[in-house]
Design a protein around this ligand. Structure first.
Ligand SMILES: [Zn+2]
Length: 129
């Protein structure tokens, strides 16, 4: 199965984006960023006052408990998306016939540990390859 941006969310604001939406997403390593967040970050980076404010405070320091709680599910969704991307990436490697030993070596774990982490969920039965 090909890796796409379909059904992904922005890892920074949690908005759904990508194909079939009006919100372009780009990204890498599993993280996605939407065009609105890029514009916001660009504005902050190029405005001395906004940049100084961003450097001096952490956004969550001024958030209410309700806002922090409301953000928690979005953090979990982003984390789950990144984990799912790692599984898709391993599936792609397996499709390319990269061995579990090589995948394990890349992750600094044994072949068995790599297989247990990724193959059981993807249904890959090639534990010995
Ligand atoms: Zn965003």
């Amino acid at each position: 199965m090909a890796i796409t941006r379909e059904g992904r969310i922005c890892s920074f604001c949690g908005e759904p984006g990508g194909p079939g939406t009006d919100l372009p997403l780009i990204g890498g390593l599993g993280a996605q960023v939407c065009a609105r967040c890029i514009d916001d970050f660009h504005e902050t980076i190029h405005d001395e006052e906004l940049l100084a404010a961003a450097r001096s405070t952490l956004p969550w320091d001024s958030m209410t408990d309700a806002e922090v709680l409301a953000t928690l599910p979005m953090i979990m969704s982003s984390a789950e998306q990144t984990t799912a991307f790692a599984h898709e990436w391993v599936d792609m490697l397996r499709t390319r016939r990269v061995s579990w030993a090589e995948i394990g070596r890349a992750l600094g774990v044994s072949r068995q540990a790599a297989w247990e982490r990724f193959a059981r969920k993807s249904g890959d039965k090639g534990a010995t390859a």
